[in-house]
Design a protein around this ligand. Structure first.
Ligand SMILES: [Zn+2]
Length: 219
C-alpha cells in the first residue's frame, strides 16, 4: 500500500501522487481497487493500414478496368493521383484530426468538385459526371459506414451524414435532365442504390434517424 507522510493517509490502488497534497508517495503500489474499463479504440496505424489496403485495391481495380476497356481510360492518371492524395489525407487525418467523418466527407466533396473543374477545363468529356460522381457518392456512403463502425459510433451519430449524402447524390439528376450526362447508367444505378439504402435505414432504423434529426434540428 502507498502512503503520504505529509497527509498521514494510506492510499489504495496505484497512484502517481497523493490525491490530497499532490506530494510524492511512499510504499508499494497495489493493483487498482476498481477494474478499469477497457475501451477498444482503433489505432492510427490500423487506420493507415486499412487506407493503404483500400488504395491498393482501388489502383488494382482501375488497372483492370483500364485493361478491359477497348480504348483505355483517359482519366486513369487523375484517378490514381486522387487516390494517393486521398491516402495522404487519411494519414494526415489519422495523426492530426479528431473528426474523421467530417474530414472524409469534405475531402470527397472537394475531390468531386476538382474532377468537375478538371473535366470542364479539359474539353468536357463528361467523365466526371459519368464515372466520378456516381462512384464518389457510393464511396462516400460506404466510407461513412465503415468509419462509423471503426470508430464504434452509434448509427444516430452518423445517420445525418448519410442523409446529406443521399440528398446531394440527387444532384446528379440535374445533370441527367440537362442532358449533360451522355451515359446515365452509372449515375442512375449509384443514386438508386443510395436511395434504397437510405429508405432501408428509415424503415428499419427509424428511431436512430428520428433522434438524430430532433437533436440536430432542435439545437
Ligand atoms: Zn499528501
Amino acid at each position: 500500500m502507498q502512503s503520504c507522510d505529509k497527509c498521514k493517509i494510506e492510499i489504495r490502488g496505484n497512484k502517481a501522487r497523493c490525491p490530497l497534497c499532490g506530494g510524492k508517495l511512499k510504499g508499494e503500489p497495489e493493483s487498482p481497487a476498481f477494474p478499469a474499463l477497457k475501451r477498444k479504440i482503433i489505432t492510427r496505424a490500423l487506420l493507415v493500414r486499412i487506407a493503404a489496403f483500400i488504395l491498393f485495391v482501388f489502383c488494382l481495380a482501375m488497372r483492370i478496368v483500364d485493361y478491359a476497356s477497348p480504348a483505355g481510360i483517359s482519366w486513369l492518371p487523375l484517378a490514381i493521383i486522387s487516390a494517393f492524395v486521398g491516402f495522404g489525407d487519411i494519414c494526415v487525418m489519422a495523426y492530426y484530426h479528431n473528426n474523421p467523418l467530417k474530414t472524409i466527407t469534405i475531402q470527397i466533396y472537394v475531390g468531386m468538385f476538382i474532377s468537375l473543374i478538371v473535366d470542364y477545363y479539359t474539353g468536357w468529356h463528361a467523365w466526371s459526371v459519368v464515372w466520378v460522381l456516381p462512384g464518389a457518392f457510393c464511396g462516400m456512403v460506404i466510407a461513412t459506414i465503415i468509419t462509423g463502425l471503426i470508430l464504434r459510433m452509434r448509427l444516430q451519430d452518423f445517420v445525418l451524414y448519410l442523409l446529406f449524402d443521399t440528398l446531394f447524390a440527387l444532384v446528379q439528376f440535374v445533370f441527367l435532365f440537362k442532358e449533360i450526362n451522355p451515359f446515365p447508367l452509372p449515375a442512375v444505378i449509384s443514386t438508386a442504390m443510395i436511395i434504397v439504402f437510405f429508405v432501408g435505414i428509415l424503415l428499419f432504423r427509424w428511431r436512430d434517424f428520428a433522434s438524430a434529426s430532433s437533436r440536430y434540428f432542435n439545437t
